[in-house]
Write a protein that binds this ligand. Structure first.
Ligand SMILES: [Zn+2]
Length: 388
């Protein structure tokens, strides 16, 4: 196997905490890659021999972004809805149904080529791991299709049959939950690692959400929850009670929610692209971090409420409008995402970790927030291979 040494790294974010620095920042550093793993991290002056040398020339290196929340298998778009919203119309969960109609009528190949396009777009922006949810099929056949297509490109597949109640089950939500927890779960569980539910007014009640999550857990899936996006609710407490890996959105949290999260292993995944695109207030990440909550950042790429796939964009918002330091935001977008997926082999630059790294066209990670909208990715390695 070929070894590659990335050397003369001006600022290396390892995410291996040292002396109160959660980012484990090193200067004048080097990283040795052997095959698909990182095998050595240290001072450039002490670097071992390697087959190939990459000169970072003083620029910054960070772990590949871990985007722990996306909805990438769908057809159509909702540009007109976005335009109307920017003109003053309010966002509601029901808009999902228009994407469901477009997705059901698309072929596997159409969905697959769209999906691969998004993955290329993400890799070019430094995202080396992405979680992908179903949720635009909402029938046994279509949900099975979506998790199967997602499983072709990632091991982090989430069954989200309980995204919204489909039109044909209007006023029969409990019957739809029977379908989700029965035949649909049977069809989707073989492809999925995670079970998810949208616990929100207009989507599923806390009782329905509990049924969905418990059915998934009984089938060996692990739980994650969409909650408190449009208003306060009981989703956070349910997520903590069931030991969910992550509760996602958390735009409206009570003090009790924050205390429960801080005392739990459940990560709070913030999705600032949603607040940006729906003109809702940004969550106060400072309040959460100061309370001891573990925070992740993700894009929530989807055609309705957040059609960005850019982790640097989310980092810039988190720093500008949510009270995070650049270091905290980069940690949340890498190590935080890994925690939200219960992974310890990604989101860090340390011996034994997967060789997923990003070389920036900048001397520090601060530039990701300081130069918003500017493409700052010079090179991306995934599993030790240069992919962008
Ligand atoms: Zn989502």
């Amino acid at each position: 196997m070929t070894t590659t040494l990335i050397t003369r790294i001006g600022e290396l974010t390892t995410n291996v905490a040292v002396d109160g620095d959660a980012c484990g920042t090193r200067h004048d550093a080097a990283v040795l890659i052997d095959g698909e793993r990182i095998v050595w991290v240290g001072d450039a002056a002490d670097a071992p021999h390697a087959d190939e040398i990459v000169d970072a020339a003083g620029r910054a290196v960070i772990p590949g972004f871990v985007d722990s929340h996306s909805h990438l298998v769908f057809a159509g778009d909702r540009a007109a809805e976005f335009e109307a919203r920017m003109a003053g119309q309010k966002y509601a969960a029901g808009g999902i149904r228009s994407t469901v109609a477009a997705t059901r009528s698309a072929s596997d190949d159409e969905l697959r080529s769209r999906l691969r396009g998004f993955l290329d777009e993400m890799l070019a922006q430094g995202t080396t791991t992405v979680e992908i949810k179903s949720g635009y099929g909402l029938s046994v056949v279509d949900e099975e299709r979506l998790v199967r297509l997602a499983a072709e490109v990632t091991s982090e597949v989430t069954f989200l049959g309980a995204h919204v109640v489909p039109a044909e089950y209007t006023d029969r939500a409990d019957e739809y939950v029977d379908l989700v927890t029965g035949p649909m779960l049977d069809a989707c569980a073989p492809y999925a690692k995670w079970i998810d539910v949208f616990c929100e007014t207009g989507a599923f009640t806390v009782e329905q959400s509990r049924r969905v999550l418990q059915a998934g857990i009984a089938r060996g899936l692990a739980a994650r929850v969409h909650a408190s996006q449009l208003g306060p609710g009981e989703g956070v407490r349910l997520a903590v009670e069931l030991g969910a890996a992550s509760i996602d959105h958390g735009t409206y949290l009570t003090d009790d929610d924050v205390a429960a999260l801080a005392a739990s292993d459940t990560v709070l995944t913030l999705l600032p692209g949603v607040e940006f695109s729906t003109r809702q207030p940004y969550p106060d990440a400072r309040r959460l971090i100061d309370a001891g909550v573990t925070v992740a950042l993700a894009c929530d790429t989807n055609p309705g409420s957040s059609f960005t796939s850019s982790m640097p964009f989310c980092i810039a918002i988190a720093v500008r409008d949510m009270g995070m330091t650049p270091g905290e935001a980069v940690w949340a977008a890498t190590a935080g995402g890994a925690r939200a997926l219960r992974r310890d082999d990604i989101g860090v630059i340390a011996p034994g970790a997967r060789a997923d790294l990003v070389l920036l066209k900048a001397a520090t990670r601060v530039h990701l927030a300081y130069r918003p909208g500017v493409p700052l990715v010079a090179r991306v390695w995934k599993d030790g291979l240069v992919v962008a």
